[in-house]
Design a protein around this ligand. Sequence first.
Ligand code: SF4
Length: 361
Amino acid sequence: MPRPFELSDPKRARQLADVIASLAPSTPVKIVHVCGTHEMAITQHGLRRFLPKNVEILEGPGCPVCVTPTADIDAAVQIAEAGAILCTFGDMTRVPGTRLTLEQARSKGCDIRVVLSAAEASNIAKETDRAVVFFAVGFETTTPMTAAVLVNEPPANFSVLVSHKKIPEAMAVLLSMPGTNIHGYLAPGHVSTILGMAPYAKQLDLFKIPIVIGGFEPLDILYAIALILRQLRNGQGFVENGFPRGVADEGNITAQRLIARVFESTDVQWRGIGVIPDSGYRLREEFARFDARLRFHIEGKTGDERIPGCRCADVLTARATPADCPLFRARCTPLSPVGPCMVGSEGACSIWYRYGGRELP
Ligand code: SF4
């Protein structure tokens, strides 16, 4: 008999479920995570079934594709319509803009290419005289990769449409929004490998709720939930590293320095949330020559984000589950998505559609 993988061993999972049950308070507890990879692991492994009925775990603004505002999609379409080669991640091509998605722009003759990294876009620029723009989305895991390309002198015809965002700032804003009612956060392991613990403490200490960094294997997640419940039971609320095999408390200093060298903080719009102060990045003066917004005279007008019937804004702020949306599985499916949460592979609606969400089909 092959031994089960240590970190998804059902026997150990049951033991952790017992610990969770013993720590769970009698009143309802809502834990929010901000990571599509966490949601994927939770739904794929049916981890909600291990939780007591009064302990709920929901995805917040954890899908970078989903939180990219319409204005940025519109900017990418404008750049592509101006004749540039627009490079981006695959999911981004189907996110609704005010007029068009990038996929629709491509069907009208624009040169939109799917890449896996900023480095791949930079390599495309080396092989052409045309303008090449990388549409840079993502949280702290992808921001250093964009920065690494820019410090290595990419070709002059290369530029970046920056739409990177910071997770701890959004976590703090969610706590102040009406109806979110969050008792604890499961913080993303991969973002935390870059950030370490300090940025969570800086943004969230004020709120005195448990913030536990968790890994992505089933036992990592159950362990982190147990730590959150233990803090709640003890009346505590602090940042705790529940994933020490992947996250150093101080984070990745080299990556942090790289980000700080290339970018500075700025207020940015999050779809479904609005403008969050200092929650995104713009290029520093030294790298402004690679700023696609300057090259293509992007004015940054806020796009229209209303999608009739779509509850993405509530899903992205953990105030609703995908199943609370009347369009879920009916008019809205991954093949025919209505809102961004069904487009992005890390979006809660897409994941619940594919893996069953709270209740398995
Ligand atoms: S199921 Fe579709 S329409 Fe409903 S919230 Fe999700 S993305 Fe929006």
